[in-house]
Design a protein around this ligand. Structure first.
Ligand code: PEP
Ligand code: MG
Length: 746
């Protein structure tokens, strides 16, 4: 860059900084900025448009357009060139604005005489705040240096807006982080919570955007980058990572050492930005690209870059995670994403969790479920909006979050929580009562578990036992393979906690969405249909064998129930059972005590098993329908894909007819049958399953009360009649008929 322009840009930044330092109202500051910018770039017009709500931009200050248009001229997102910049987040630079596609002129501003137009987005870390525009009569395209200068002004504006420098009258100039905001996300775990925000990664606050001495800023940056690199190297050495994990960390190191990254930041410093501002500018650009990227690999790399920028900012500002603020008594954790280990560390003190990313099947979601903490995922941009200590309401049932709610929302939410608390009291009063329907059928209600944190629920929920213990969760939350002795201790503690209740241990169910961090991930075209669960266990039996030994030893003479996941054909069950026989023989040889009773069952998760040979039904000690997987294969609808996962109703007539067939086959062979997918914990679905003949259901502990309460008030024989009639009438789903029947009852 030419030295002249470089110092021009520094001069502008210095003048902006002085403006910020002056005691002035928000409007006066904005006016001054438009004047300085127009003066410095040499254009007749400079205007600032800010969002007054998600969809509308408002002209908030101008040099050159008619002053009476300020706070009067508004446009929708996408409308005109300004609206286009706001919507796309991309610069518009044109010599002939009226000839541009989508141009729309606002007569009240008097802009018709201006030909050239340059608009840049005002955004901070990917969050759009408005548009900064310069215009001139003379027809010309703006140079790269002018574009750069305007971008830097926009960035300073965004940063100052964040710090509340432009607060004034009206929505567009109202203080940020004070308004109520509603986030619509996805349910990760049901339940309602009210409390105060606790940010997992508090934002770094940059107050010095402009610096006088580029050389000392450059030195600070280079030193900080050196410290960052050393830190990353240590991380790489410390992790002792192998294979793909090492590759991920290597990619991270590559970024930290990237010459282009450092060079761009040095250039920004040369033009007058502080080291922190230069890092944040890079970070903002990475975030903007992240918002557009659809390729998973690219997204991961941009996340890496974002992460590195955060580390660098923390080094430069000295702001650690510790901000000095104290965790509130009723913390609701806000994070972009969080690992299961970190979530477990916070533990039950959290009232709720809200994530920007995550997935229903993620390990963090599993932990939140185990801890019974309401969780909302996909709450986009909440980490940008929320500040430590803000009031927040989490509605896990609807997947909705209210940040800084007004009184009416607060009161309505309080009422909802009071009603839920009342219902909980009712459930507590029937906790020790058997679940017997109004027509006298006994239904066994068991719980699903997988972590030690789940086990206190065994007593609190009234569960008769653990119908599904997902052993893979213990493998998923660690960063290395657990040893056999650790597993023996763990399983033994589970059996101790269960006292004399039955616990069904499902052997390791990995693959598909459950990838162990320390195992080499396999690139499969379709992981849900791929090498997973028992298929891995039989092909590479080392871990399965270790697990079976650990289970036998943990039982130490007590009864033991083992269940194999994802059995698709009889022969797989035989091979898996053979592994148990071998393990038993080995334990016997070694002189260990064998279980007093050993049950070996299978999960029915693929339609094929419903049609398996009679021998399977005769030989398994029990079967459990894994409805989550069975449904995805029955309807060919991926359970992890938001676009299709809710498309088919569990109460669909074809699915129920298939379940009926399984129930009949089990009745004929005298095989105990249960249902342990998520549907077992949904009261209406649970009723229908019981009416179809399931006598044992296993579910989330929190569902036991609601399911029991409804079951005890319903005649399953009558309900079965309703279901059969709806199917005979050719209904696609029996849900409306079931709902009508239940409504009549109440
Ligand atoms: C199921 O598929 O229904 C099940 C209970 O197993 P998971 O959800 O762990 O796959
Ligand atoms: Mg399954």
């Amino acid at each position: 860059m030419a030295d002249g322009l470089e110092s021009e840009s520094r001069k502008l930044l210095r003048r902006l900084r002085d403006t910020m330092a002056e005691e002035a109202a928000g409007q006066a500051r904005l006016d001054k900025i438009t004047f300085l910018t127009a003066d410095s770039i040499g254009t007749e017009v400079c205007s600032i448009y800010l969002f007054r709500d998600d969809e509308t931009l408002e002209l908030c200050a101008t040099e050159g357009l008619k002053p009476e248009a300020v706070h009067q001229t508004r446009m929708r997102l996408g409308e005109g060139l300004v609206g286009r910049v706001a919507r796309t987040g991309k610069i518009v630079n044109t010599a002939d604005a009226p000839a541009e596609r989508g141009f729309r002129y606002m007569p009240e501003t008097g802009e018709e005489i201006y030909s050239s137009f340059l608009g840049v987005p005002i955004q901070r870390l990917g969050e759009k705040l408005g548009v900064l525009v310069v215009q001139s009569k003379h027809q010309r395209r703006f140079t790269d240096d002018e574009v750069y200068a305007l971008e830097v002004v926009a960035m300073v504006l965004a940063e100052m807006a964040e710090l509340g420098a432009f607060v004034g009258e009206g929505a567009a100039l109202s203080a940020r982080h004070t308004q109520a905001v509603l986030f619509r996300g996805t349910t990760g775990q049901e339940g309602a919570a009210m409390g105060h925000v606790w940010l997992h990664e508090p934002r770094v606050v940059v107050t010095n955007m402009v610096a006088d001495d580029p050389e000392s800023e450059r030195k600070r940056l280079v030193e900080a980058v050196d410290r960052l690199r050393i830190g990353v190297d240590e991380m790489l050495a410390g992790a002792g990572a192998e294979g793909d994990q090492a590759q991920v960390l290597e990619a991270y190191r590559m970024f930290a050492n990237s010459k282009g990254w450092l060079r761009r930041m040095e250039e920004d410093i040369a033009r007058g930005l502080s080291a922190e501002a230069a890092v944040e500018k890079e970070q903002s650009q990475a975030r903007a690209r992240l918002a557009q990227a659809t390729d998973a690999y690219l997204r991961d790399r941009l996340h890496d870059l974002d992460d590195l920028s955060n580390r660098l900012l923390r080094i430069l500002t000295g702001q650690g995670r510790e901000t000095g603020s104290e965790m509130p008594d009723d913390p609701i954790l806000i994070a972009r994403n969080i690992g299961p280990g970190e979530l477990l560390e916070y533990g039950r003190q959290l009232r709720g969790v809200v994530l920007e990313e995550g997935s229903v099947g993620s390990h963090a979601a599993i932990v939140a479920r185990a801890l019974a903490i309401p969780l909302v995922i996909h709450a986009e941009r909440i980490t940008n909006e929320a500040l430590n200590g803000d009031r927040i309401l989490v509605d896990g049932d609807q997947g909705v979050v209210h940040l800084r709610p007004d009184d009416s929302v607060n009161n309505a939410f309080r009422d909802k929580m009071a009603m839920q608390a009342k219902a909980q009291e009712r459930y507590a009063s029937i906790r020790d009562t058997d679940c017997i329907s109004a027509c006298g059928t006994r239904i066994g209600l068991h719980m699903n578990a997988g972590l030690m944190a789940d086990l206190p629920s065994l007593h609190g929920s009234g569960a008769e036992g653990v119908g599904l213990f997902r052993t893979e969760l213990q493998f998923l939350i660690r960063n290395k393979m657990p040893r056999r002795t650790e597993l023996v201790q763990l399983y033994s503690r589970v059996l101790d906690a269960a006292e004399d209740r039955r616990v069904v241990f499902r052997t390791l169910d990995i693959g598909s969405d459950k990838v162990l961090p320390y195992m080499k991930p396999i690139d499969e075209p379709n992981p849900a249909l791929g090498w997973r669960a028992i298929r891995v266990g039989l092909d590479k039996p080392g871990v399965l064998r270790m697990q079976l030994q650990a289970l036998l030893r943990a039982a130490n003479g007590r009864p033991l129930a083992v269940m194999f996941p994802f059995i698709a054909q009889y022969e797989e069950f035989l091979a898996a059972r053979e592994e148990v026989s071998k393990a038993v023989a080995r334990e016997e040889r070694l002189g260990h005590t064998l279980p007093e009773k050993l049950e070996i069952g299978a999960m029915l998760e693929t339609p094929s098993l419903g049609f398996a040979s009679q021998k399977l039904f005769d030989e398994v000690d029990f079967l459990s329908v894994g409805g989550n997987d069975l449904k995805q294969f029955f309807f060919a609808a991926d359970r992890e894909n938001e676009l299709v996962r809710r498309r088919y109703d569990t109460l669909n007539a074809s699915f129920l007819s298939f379940l009926e067939r399984i129930v009949e086959r089990c009745e004929t062979s005298g095989t105990p049958l249960s249902f342990c997918g998520e549907d077992a914990g949904r009261p209406i679905e649970a009723l229908v399953l019981a009416a179809m003949g399931f006598r044992m259901l296993s579910m989330r502990p929190a569902s036991i009360g609601p399911v029991k309460s409804l079951m005890m008030r319903t005649r399953l024989d009558d309900l079965r009649g309703v279901i059969d009639r709806a199917i005979a009438d050719g209904e696609q789903t029996v849900r409306p008929a079931v709902m009508d029947y239940l409504r009549e009852l109440t």
